[in-house]
Ligand binder design. Structure first.
Ligand SMILES: Nc1ncnc2c1ncn2[C@@H]1O[C@H](COP(=O)(O)OP(=O)(O)O)[C@@H](O)[C@H]1O
Ligand SMILES: [Mg+2]
Length: 231
């Protein structure tokens, strides 16, 4: 298991105004799985992703990544653990606009070892998302769809155990969104990369390994199969 979420609860605030954003959430993810997280607005999807991404701590319960209980790590240990084990793609790409596309990816390299390979690795990734002709452009001179593809490369450059994406197609037109989805799925297959993706648009993704639906802070799980067409 690359991820184990065990009885995770998250309460925001205290007393009368407390919000129980996650209630006894338990599930696990195997290496190489493509997992979608769905549910309506305010159901707790981002809170769940923030817990898994070690951006915030659960009020109760445990998150294990690669078998390591992250609740036992100090805040300092958590940041270096996050840098080496997790990659993030958000709704907006947040590229550094006065750097080139290639520089944005190279400079996201956080693992110290074998850094002479960072440039080579970044070029390979950018080619694999079809951006070989955009690498030397400044990041503010490319389209939103292209910027999200750069964001995928930036998330993958550290070879993370899990890539977490929170509505990565949320700001894209339907054609760019479709390209993005196909790229995420092909990275999953080609690299055996584990993905956990929050989306409003479950149908667009087609068949996946698992779908987790969040409703009012509780989850239900199903196999991410498309309903077979009856003949
Ligand atoms: N930092 C916060 N402080 C207080 N309440 C929050 C905070 N973040 C989220 N919430 C509340 O937790 C619930 C789940 O929010 P969120 O995880 O953002 O849902 P989703 O991503 O599914 O739209 C909502 O009721 C939201 O208002
Ligand atoms: Mg959200």
């Amino acid at each position: 298991m690359v991820l184990e979420v065990r009885e995770v609860n998250k309460v925001y605030g205290q007393g009368e105004t407390a919000v129980n954003a996650l209630k006894d959430v338990t599930f696990s993810v195997k290496k190489g799985e493509f997992v979608l997280v769905g549910g309506s607005s305010g159901s707790g999807k981002t809170t769940l992703l923030n817990m898994i991404g070690l951006l915030d701590r659960p009020t109760k319960g445990k998150i294990l990544i690669d078998g390591i209980d992250t609740s036992s790590l100090s805040d300092n240990q958590i940041s270096s653990f996050r840098n080496s084990k997790l990659g993030f793609v958000f709704q907006s790409s947040n590229l550094i606009s006065d750097l080139t596309v290639l520089e944005n990816v190279v400079l996201s390299r956080k693992i110290q070892r074998t850094d002479e390979n960072a440039l080579e690795e970044a070029i390979k990734l950018l080619k694999s998302v079809g951006l070989e002709n955009q690498m030397n452009k400044y990041a503010n001179k490319i389209s939103g769809g292209q910027a999200q593809r750069v964001a995928i490369c930036r998330a993958l450059i550290n070879k993370p155990s899990i890539v977490l994406a929170d509505e990565p197609t949320g700001n894209l037109d339907s054609i760019s969104a479709e390209t993005m989805i196909q790229l995420l799925k092909s990275m999953n297959r080609k690299l055996g990369q584990t993905f956990i993706v929050v989306t409003h648009d479950r149908e667009q993704f087609g068949e996946v390994d698992k779908v987790i639906t969040v409703k009012d802070g509780r989850i239900s799980e199903d196999k991410g199969m498309e309903v077979p067409v009856k003949v």
